[in-house]
Design a protein. Structure first.
Length: 550
């Protein structure tokens, strides 16, 4: 197709207006309906070559459409131009809309933008939510959630696909229930009912287990069967409705009823409570989302396991309970351990305890045996010592014989020089020497007696000089507290604290004004007669033979 002929004036006009065949938006509608050449243009434009599709009265959302096929005088549009024209037409025609559909293909990009699709059973529309709006969502978009999205219809020029730019999104239908559920969850969480510090540990081996469920469903049979397989325990069933009108109140009353049972009563108090129900829709499980049930579970004085629905179902009762089980069967497995496993653990612990108890003995025996191996053999030790003893004994015998022989030989040599006449002559010679020196035994005895008589006066005087001798005659010795003897009344008054020593002991006294006046002086007592010295034995003059011991 040859390019359309254009005049110079037409070629000088803006491309958007020329190629689209329309004038700027400020021109009147009847002018925008047909292209007109500039002044002096010689190219005629047939009036019936184009028609204007004016769906609206003002023609704003219309577009130029060629009536005839290719080959007429219409200016061709580029792909970008028609895409932009369609984008503007869709945005001007619809503006903001509210769409209800199911989320599909939800994807959050690394930039934070949310991409998804809204669909029903017959159609699908792409959607995008920018990062700011996605961060303000009150729920987490997931596939399958029915929502009501509010946004602006537009097209993506790059691929000529229309989509909705979502400004806000809320849950619809069942999603509305989820929105209500989320609102209630946030409120109860703000009160601290779901706080982790409120969770209590489950008893290791509960003797009595309370079950809140329907008495006729498969749930109670599954729980009883599983408990019997693992560890048979006493089970108390509190029958309740698990859905429908009045179910929430019955469930709450059952949980509180178990908590109100007093220990030691006719009905045993449970150590653990299981709140259970089978699977179902959100409407079927709604009783376990009621505030009355959630508060009863949170306020229970007995640890609670919530086993409502299947693994994919989540209720507010699960948040308030101490533990959540995906199924009622799993709740029974959480409640009690396996008896055979406990028995095996006990046997293993007993074996380990026995090993630990015997290990020190075994190690001690091994160490002792190792040290015994390092010790020398007693026979070897005794053999060496016995050999040494034999050697020393032999040396001793030889030494004694040699010593005796040497002494005997020396004695024989001296014996030849010693004779009785010679010894008598030597004794007589020594006696004469002593007599010449005046050291005869009689003279020595006389000297000793004379010296002893010279000390006799001292023997009589020395006893009289004893300072404590007067104490025997009734006198007392006055001393200070330091033990210094006091000889005057003034000295005693200065000291104050005195010690008086008597014949049989000491007495502490205090000198003062209240003391007795001094006694008048008396004549000194006559000194006692001197004691006679005992008679001394007469000196015995030793004989000459006594000095030599003969």
């Amino acid at each position: 197709m040859s390019p359309a002929r254009k005049c110079r004036g037409c070629r000088a006009r803006p491309t958007g207006y020329r190629s689209a065949g329309i004038a700027p938006a400020s021109t009147p509608a009847h002018v925008r309906g047909r292209p007109s050449p500039v002044a002096g243009c010689s190219f005629p434009v047939p009036s019936d070559q184009f028609f204007y599709d004016d769906d609206n009265a003002d023609g704003r959302n219309g577009g130029l459409v060629a009536k005839e096929s290719a080959g007429d005088n219409a200016a061709p549009l580029s792909i970008s131009e028609i895409s932009n024209l369609l984008k503007r037409t869709v945005e001007d025609r619809f503006g903001f809309v509210r769409l209800r559909g199911e989320l599909s293909g939800v994807k959050r990009a690394a930039s934070g933008h949310l991409y998804c699709a809204l669909k029903d059973d017959k159609a699908l529309i792409d959607g995008v939510m920018w990062k700011g709006g996605a961060q303000r969502l009150a729920f987490r978009p997931e596939d399958g959630i029915e929502v009501i999205a509010t946004g602006k219809l537009t097209t993506y020029p790059g691929r000529s696909k229309y989509q909705i730019v979502i400004e806000s999104m809320e849950i619809a239908g069942e999603g509305a229930l989820l929105a209500l559920l989320e609102k209630l969850r946030l409120r109860l969480a703000a009160e601290g009912l779901f706080a982790p510090e409120r969770k209590r540990a489950l008893p290791f081996l509960p003797q009595v287990i309370g079950v809140v469920t329907s008495p006729t469903g498969a749930v109670i049979r599954d729980i009883l069967h599983r408990l019997a397989d693992r560890f048979p325990s006493q089970v108390l069933v509190w029958p309740v409705l698990v859905q429908g009108e009045g179910a929430a109140k019955q469930i709450a009353n059952a949980v509180r009823g178990f908590s109100d049972i007093q220990p030691g009563g006719p009905v045993p108090r449970p150590d653990l409570v299981i709140v259970a129900r089978g699977g179902g829709s959100i409407e079927d499980l709604w009783s376990f989302n009621e505030e009355i049930v959630v508060r009863a579970v949170a306020e229970s004085t007995i640890p609670v396991i919530s086993a409502v629905g299947h693994e994919t179902d989540t209720t507010l009762c699960d948040y308030a309970a101490d533990r959540r089980a995906p199924t009622p069967t799993a709740a029974a497995e959480m409640a009690v351990p396996v008896r055979s496993e406990i028995a095996s653990q006990i046997d293993e612990l007993a074996l380990r305890m026995r090993r630990c108890a015997l290990r020190p003995v075994t190690l001690g025996r091994e160490r002792l045996e190792a040290r015994v191996q390092r010790l020398p053999k007693p026979d070897a030790i005794l053999a060496g010592k016995a050999q040494k003893l034999d050697e020393l004994s032999e040396r001793l015998r030889r030494g004694l014989r040699d010593e005796a022989a040497a002494k005997r030989e020396a004695l024989n040599r001296v014996a030849g020089k010693l004779s009785l006449p010679l010894l008598r002559h030597r004794v007589q010679s020594c006696a004469k020497d002593l007599e010449r020196a005046g050291l005869t035994p009689r003279l020595l005895t006389q000297r000793l007696a004379h010296a002893r008589q010279g000390f006799a006066p001292s023997d009589r005087v020395l006893p009289q000089l004893d300072p404590r001798l007067p104490l025997q005659r009734g006198y007392a010795l006055v001393k200070s507290a330091a033990g210094t003897a006091l000889t005057s009344r003034e000295a005693a008054q200065r000291e104050g604290n005195l010690v008086i020593e008597f014949r049989d002991g000491e007495l502490a006294v205090v000198a003062g004004e209240g003391a007795a006046p001094p006694a008048p002086p008396t004549s000194p007592a006559a000194p006692p007669p001197p004691r006679k010295a005992p008679p001394r034995p007469a000196p015995v003059t030793p004989r000459q033979d006594d000095l030599f011991g003969s």
